[in-house]
Design a protein around this ligand. Structure first.
Ligand code: ISE
Length: 336
């Protein structure tokens, strides 16, 4: 295969960013199709993908014979309906997180993938490709400072769009911590507790936030997540790791420091796309390379299912305030 011809489903903020990435910063791939129910968005996306064709549906793109792989960047509610025909056609697919929005749907997707006998789905947990998280994982595994005891996870968004509803604090945003805490510790999350903090009066009326989410892993590590989506000043994802004999921190912006007018200042990221640009680039290049080789190189559909199971526990705790244990199906040998 000369180039992986990718159809991008969803040409919103993330989808259009991936279109530019695929066509300008990724080798071995070209965007050959765009699908978006909003015709104007699909049309606008063609500016960055002159060789692409607009398709009405995933089915139409499959039957064109011009598509080798899909990248899905629509909201999670729409994923299953698009993933199932892609799996049935035996094509590789990069699916932005969350894999889907219910445990039942996640298990149906995993069963459909298993039926193909191939690992076709890679889920878009980009933090697994971030330099800082990779260094931290190495440090945890090396064990030079003893066992990891605690993770302080700061996850701050300046603001959120109008369609961002309260459950999305857990399902869309803390979804990243469900995955990355398990990735860093190599241990499943055994309990989730969501606590309301003093409400930010700048938050949209529909949201009770910021929130604190306390995760515990089977290995005994606690992760404390500050989830904040109306912090105004910028976008920050910082993780401090506390070991038995030391502490380390990743994610603080490192750029030029300026001393002027009696002030020390540094620019801060304002949104997640520039904050994680390098991680997204590496993630998509790795996916393209893996897809061309008939495999995946990041979070699997099963990893996606595990996060959805944690989201379910998180949503229950958000409602009740109780400590809730996620329940997991036994992992099929296919995913071991
Ligand atoms: C968004 O969907 C993301 O995936 C970002 O990484 C996250 O920081 C943000 O909170 C989500 O809304």
């Amino acid at each position: 295969m000369e180039q992986l011809r990718v159809a991008v489903v969803g040409a919103g903020a993330m989808g259009s960013d991936h279109i530019v990435r695929l066509n300008t910063r990724t080798s071995g791939a070209v965007v050959s199709g765009v699908i978006d129910h909003d015709g104007a968005k699909a049309q606008a996306a063609l500016k960055a993908a002159p060789e692409a064709v607009i398709y009405e549906s995933v089915a139409e793109a499959i039957s064109s014979g011009q598509v080798d792989a899909f990248l899905i960047a629509t909201p999670g509610d729409y994923h299953e309906a698009d993933l199932l025909p892609i799996l049935a056609a035996g094509l590789p697919v990069f699916c932005e997180k969350p894999l889907t929005t219910s445990v039942e749907s996640a298990l149906r997707i995993c069963a459909a993938e298993e039926a193909t006998g191939k690992h076709l789905i890679q889920v878009g947990y980009h933090r697994r490709f971030d330099e800082g998280y990779l260094a931290l994982k190495q440090q945890i595994e090396a064990g030079a400072m003893g066992e990891l005891l605690l993770l302080h996870c700061t996850h701050r968004n300046p603001r959120v769009p109008d369609w961002y509803a309260s459950p999305m604090l857990i399902a869309d945003s803390v979804s990243h911590e469900f995955d990355i805490v398990r990735f860093l510790t190599g241990s499943p999350i055994t309990s989730v507790e969501v606590k309301a903090l003093k409400r930010n009066s700048l938050a949209p009326e529909r949201l009770q936030e910021p929130i604190l989410v306390i995760l515990r892993t089977e290995s005994g590590v606690t992760a404390i997540v500050e989830m904040n989506v109306s912090i105004q000043f910028g976008y920050q994802v910082i993780t401090e790791a506390v070991f038995e004999s030391g502490v380390s921190e990743i994610g603080r912006t490192q750029s030029m420091t300026t001393w002027s007018a009696g002030t020390i200042s540094q620019p801060e990221h304002t949104w997640y796309i520039p904050r994680f640009a390098a991680a997204y680039d590496l993630e998509i290049q790795s996916w393209v390379d893996a897809a061309r080789a008939g495999t995946i190189s990041g979070a699997s559909a099963w990893d996606g299912y595990i996060s959805v199971a944690c989201v379910k526990a998180g949503l229950a705790s958000q409602q009740s305030g109780d400590v809730v244990s996620p329940s997991y199906q036994p992992r099929p040998a296919f995913y071991s």
